[in-house]
Design a protein around this ligand. Structure first.
Ligand code: IPE
Ligand code: IPE
Ligand code: MG
Length: 252
């Protein structure tokens, strides 16, 4: 966990009107399908369309990093047919989308323990990452066979968390009504603003994203300081360095 990334507990990040990094737990696909008397997997298929729409919407709003939880290390516990459908969906989505992502200036990253995936899928992932590596409009990170605990443990060996060059998420969104982290980004969410919505992932749209961003805008991000200090900082030109900025990287 050496100083390859900047931690909000060491350096106070600049707070912008639009979150630089949005991280989403895309939940509720199964329930979306069930409500329509369709098999659960129909919800996953529909969920890919929401992903496509959200990539566009984030680009349009100036979000720089979008991190999506696609498959958790616990999701292997699901019925084998659902797991295999999800793997095939991942393959077909990569095949269908890489070209469009690239054309739109999106840099793709996949984080998670890829050793459990079939070689064909890993090869597609690596190809997609390589093709889009120099794009900079939006970094789209897909967390697949990802677990926050796995990430922290692998960081101890690799000396870096799964996406070391990204700022920590400013805004965390979970759709589907559940209010839990489910082993998503445990370390990186230390100072993120949380937004939970009952909207199921396949129904999540631009308006729902704007509601989340507007809620984010109303938050006061204090990072340990007092409200008064934030007011003073806004008045001071130029702003004095805070003790937190001067702190050394304890694990560098
Ligand atoms: C999220 O939707 C997608 C994955 C976890 C792969 P779910 O499949 O968890 O949908 P619900 O929670 O059962 O509705
Ligand atoms: C979290 O959703 C994982 C993903 C969205 C990929 P789950 O639906 O698996 O979470 P739990 O098990 O209900 O907490
Ligand atoms: Mg779920």
């Amino acid at each position: 966990m050496a100083g390859q990334f900047t931690s909000s507990t060491q350096v106070i990040p600049d707070v912008a009107d639009v979150p630089r990094h949005v991280a989403i737990i895309m939940d509720g696909n199964g329930r979306w399908a069930k409500k329509r008397f369709m098999p659960r997997v129909a919800g996953h298929k529909r969920g890919v369309e929401t992903v496509r729409a959200m990539v566009k919407a984030c680009i349009a709003r100036g979000v720089e990093y979008l991190t999506l939880f696609a498959f958790s290390s616990e999701n292997w516990r699901r019925p084998a047919e659902e797991v295999s459908f999800l793997m095939n969906l991942f393959i077909s989505a990569l095949q269908g989308e890489i070209g469009k992502l690239h054309a739109n200036g999106v840099r793709l990253k996949v984080v998670g323990d890829l050793s459990a995936f079939e070689p064909r899928l890993v090869a597609l992932i690596r190809e997609g990452e390589a093709k889009t590596a120099n794009n900079s409009r939006l970094t789209l990170t897909i967390a697949a066979n990802y677990g926050g605990r796995w990430d922290i443990l692998q960081a101890m060996n690799q000396l870096a968390l799964a996406h070391p060059d990204a700022p920590e998420p400013d805004l965390f969104i979970r759709t589907g009504g559940e209010q839990r982290i489910s082993n998503f980004l445990l370390w990186q969410l230390a100072y993120s603003e949380f937004h939970f919505t009952d909207t199921l992932w396949p129904d999540f749209d631009d308006a729902a994203l704007d509601a989340a961003i507007n809620s984010y805008r109303r938050r006061e991000r204090r990072f340990g300081r007092t409200s008064e200090q934030l007011g003073e900082q806004a008045l001071a030109v130029p702003s004095a360095p805070t003790p937190a900025t001067a702190a050394t990287d304890e694990d560098a």
